[in-house]
Ligand binder design. Structure first.
Ligand code: FMN
Length: 403
């Protein structure tokens, strides 16, 4: 990956290599994309404080999340249809994360299944759960995750109905891609992509196909989501999931102080302050603008993770200074995958790590734990609560009985 200087370069390469229907799927936000834009604009508006003549010759990016050692405060976020950005995308991203010493989170809506990723990797990964109407299926997914030695469940709670992305409608997003003449011509110009996907272990929703009766042919993502995602989901469901799941529970999609307090009351080991990368409620606040408020309210009671708009190392410093323990990254590594498979994901992680290290040096800090409000223009001495969870058993021994 020579001549790639930044995440935006990976995006440019991915755009040339990945069929438009899937590139647009990853890039877009919902409706008028106000929240998508706010995620970036609000991060960029936060000024860092330049400090000089501090000895920063020793810099250490390592940290812990849920008792797990991370080589850098980064986690690969759950991404639906990752295997449509590059064949075996989930496996390749998980391997790149393994090598970089950070967690990979597999989405319920992945192309490669839990079992595919477990068989192709050596270290535990995280699993993201969408609870669908059929609670038995959700339990079965948790059982499969336990069997695959997953110890951290990321329960996503901000998608009980689907925010529309206009380009997905216009492009006719289906899985596998539909034989529309426009799509066929586009794919014909992307032979490397077509080859990698044709040779991938799975070409549809790996966790679902063959497990949900009648879902052998998953056609429209929007329709499946509409039919199966449960708008009646409530905190009561979090209660049984907490009860059923034997490992760490992370609740993803918290953007409100009251919801954050409830999540803590329900026993979340961590929360992710997130608006789904601007893909759900259009017009809601950027994640970064809500982070300090959530951190103030619950940061000493749970671990706070953050996502939404992270594209540079400076963004990571901003989020940690405002109360995050670590950041999930989405599109930054999706573009890496589309641009160059596993090497592209590794490049994305590397770019962010290097930029983080330089930003730390120029703001005068040597360790992640030393990043706090003082690195921000006008920031306060200690803006950052720092709750660290007690480690749980690495791999839960057995799923609880029940169906
Ligand atoms: C293409 C795409 C697919 C996604 N699929 C999921 C998913 O299946 N489950 C989930 O919890 N979040 C999903 N997300 C949201 C991400 O996990 C994450 O919250 C978001 O991408 C962070 O914003 P960023 O892309 O600006 O870094 C998806 C995001 C994108 C861009």
């Amino acid at each position: 990956m020579k001549n790639v200087a930044c995440i935006d370069d990976l995006r440019t390469i991915a755009k040339a290599k990945v069929p438009r229907v899937f590139f647009d799927y990853a890039e877009s936000g919902s409706y008028s994309e106000q929240t998508l834009r706010a995620n970036r604009a609000d991060l960029e508006a936060i000024r860092l404080r330049q400090r000089v003549l501090v000895d920063v010759s020793e810099r250490n990016l390592a940290t812990t999340v849920l008792g797990q050692k991370l080589a850098a405060p980064l986690i690969l976020s759950p991404i639906g249809l990752l295997g449509m950005q590059h064949g075996d995308g989930e496996i390749l991203a998980a391997r790149a994360a393994n090598e970089a010493g950070i967690p990979f989170t597999l989405s319920t809506m992945s192309v490669g299944s839990i079992e595919h990723v477990a068989a192709a990797t050596h270290k535990p990964f995280w699993f993201q759960l969408y609870v669908i109407r059929d609670r038995g299926f959700s339990k079965a997914l948790m059982d499969r995750a336990v069997a695959a030695k997953v110890n951290t469940l990321v329960l996503t709670v901000d998608l009980q109905v689907l925010g529309q992305r206009h380009k997905d409608v216009r492009n006719g997003l289906t899985v596998p891609p539909e034989f529309r003449i426009k799509n066929v011509i586009d794919i014909a110009t992307k032979p490397a992509w077509a080859w990698s996907v044709l040779n991938g272990k799975s070409k549809t929703f790996g966790n679902i196909s063959g497990h949900v009766p009648g879902m052998e042919n998953v056609n429209s993502l929007g329709k499946w989501t509409q039919d199966q995602f449960d708008p009646a989901l409530t905190w009561k469901d979090v209660e049984w999931i907490k009860d059923y799941w034997p490992g760490h529970l992370v609740i993803k999609g918290i953007l409100d102080v009251d919801d954050a307090r409830t999540a803590v009351k329900m026993g979340a080991d961590a929360i992710v302050v997130s608006n789904h990368g601007g893909r759900q409620l259009d017009g809601t606040s950027s994640s970064i603008s809500m982070l300090p408020r959530v951190a103030d309210a619950v940061g000493s009671d749970t671990e706070i993770l953050f996502d939404g708009g992270i594209r540079t190392g400076a963004d990571i410093v901003r989020a940690i200074a405002l109360g995050a323990r670590a950041c999930l990254i989405g599109r930054a590594y999706v573009w890496g995958l589309g641009a160059g498979g596993q090497a592209g994901v590794a490049k994305a992680i590397d770019i962010l790590r290097n930029e983080l290290s330089v930003t730390m040096a120029l703001t005068g800090v040597g360790r992640i734990a030393d990043i706090d409000g003082r690195v921000l223009e006008g920031g306060e001495a200690k803006a950052k609560p720092a709750k660290a969870a007690k480690p749980k058993a690495k791999a839960p021994a057995k799923p609880k009985a029940g169906g």
